[in-house]
Ligand binder design. Structure first.
Ligand SMILES: *Cc1c(COP(=O)(O)O)cnc(C)c1O
Length: 376
């Protein structure tokens, strides 16, 4: 059994994907071109925003938005404490200061109440200028944008949705990557919509932000690539990856998103009275980048992981370390009392095999082992 079986998908779509790759090879255009332009149009339409700007990866996507918004030294950017490193990294990379905020114990996403407290604290200290909040759609579940957007409005903050894990989710039909002032996603192979290498995209309704993004991703271009009006970066989605993503977006819409939600149903039916299963609030739909359960202690969690391993079942711990304790951020002062939820989650979460091609029999086998373990 695999944690995320990427080859099963390729096997199913082999002839279409091989054709798509060969078409690119035969045109001789390996950067930009029709596949990239068409994909951007298709992605924008699927998400329901005006602009989609593709780039080299999900980290660049976040960084490009911060550049476009002129986020810099002296600015505070609020980031969940429980996320992948990138979300905070891009803030420091652009010279601003990440302010880590604890998360909700049920959804694992940024806690709106604690966000307010955090903004108040930064305002009171008067050293940094609160500028942006980056909610993360962790494990596929959209963050609480209803509350976050209200808070952002009252404190005049911009909202950047980190939808690297959230593509395909929605809140009452409003798609992930359409929330806030801009949103990003990643096409890293293991993400909900992955390519066969690296890739990323930014989504926004703002013409002005879109124009800045297109400039920053192309060496700060002005009228063209050789007219450079600002210092930018070079960040492109390869044409071959765009062609692959066109096929994969089709599969994603047709059945893959349904597939992971079916796996979620099967898992949760079996596990809900045994361990703490993922919580999906009313009206929310997750793209299940991960299926993550909670155990009662670190000891129990680690023992279960060992037991699964003995049975040749892979599992992962996302994440073992809170952001505030990463060595790279050791120059930022923190108070452990601000992060009780994240600290506990890092000790008790466990992600189980999850992908659209997971078989019912495999899910049963995982659940049998967990049930056995819990009744010992
Ligand atoms: C994967 C991920 C990213 C970064 O995406 P890359 O394409 O790997 O650069 C950013 N944020 C979150 C929450 C992620 O999971």
């Amino acid at each position: 059994m695999q944690f995320r079986d990427l080859k099963a998908q390729y096997t199913q779509y082999k002839s279409v994907i091989d054709d798509a790759i060969h078409n690119v090879l035969n045109t001789g255009q390996y950067i930009g071109g029709k596949p990239v332009n068409e994909l951007e149009k298709d992605l924008a339409e699927y998400v329901g925003v005006k602009h989609c700007i593709t780039c080299a990866n999900g980290t660049d996507a976040l960084s490009l938005v911060l550049m476009a918004w002129d986020v810099k030294e002296g600015d505070a950017v609020f980031v969940p404490d429980f996320t992948f490193f990138s979300t905070g990294e891009v803030v420091s990379f652009n010279g601003a200061t990440p302010v880590f905020v604890d998360v909700d114990e049920k959804t694992f996403n940024i806690d709106p109440e604690k966000l307010t407290q955090s903004i108040e604290k930064v305002n009171k200290e008067g050293k940094l200028n609160p500028k942006v909040v980056i909610p993360v759609d962790l494990f596929g579940l959209p963050a609480n944008y209803n509350e976050i957007e209200k808070i952002a409005k009252s404190y005049n903050l911009l909202v950047l949705e980190d939808g690297a894990q959230g593509f395909g989710g929605n809140i009452n039909g409003e798609m992930a990557c359409s929330f806030g002032n801009a949103a990003t996603t990643s096409f890293f192979p293991a993400k909900p919509l992955g390519c066969y290498g690296d890739g990323g995209a930014v989504f926004t309704d703002s013409d002005e932000t879109a124009e800045m993004l297109r400039s920053y991703k192309t060496h700060g271009k002005g009228e063209n690539k050789y007219d450079n009006v600002r210092i930018g970066i070079n960040s492109r989605l390869d044409t071959i990856q765009a062609a692959i993503l066109q096929v994969k977006l089709h599969a994603f819409k047709e059945h893959e998103l349904d597939g992971v939600n079916r796996a979620y149903q099967l898992y949760s039916e079996r596990l809900q009275n045994i361990v703490e299963t993922p919580f999906i609030p009313e009206g929310y739909y997750s793209s299940f980048a991960q299926y993550t359960i909670k155990l009662v202690s670190k000891k129990q969690r680690n023992a279960l992981q060992d037991k699964l391993k003995e049975n040749n079942i892979p599992s992962m711990i996302y994440y073992t370390k809170p952001m505030h304790r990463q060595q790279a951020f050791s120059d930022l002062p923190f108070d452990e009392r601000d992060f009780p939820v994240t600290n506990k989650l890092c000790d008790t979460v466990l992600s189980l095999p999850m992908h659209p091609y997971l078989k019912e029999g495999e899910i049963t086998r995982v659940c049998d082992v967990i049930q056995d373990f819990m009744s010992d």
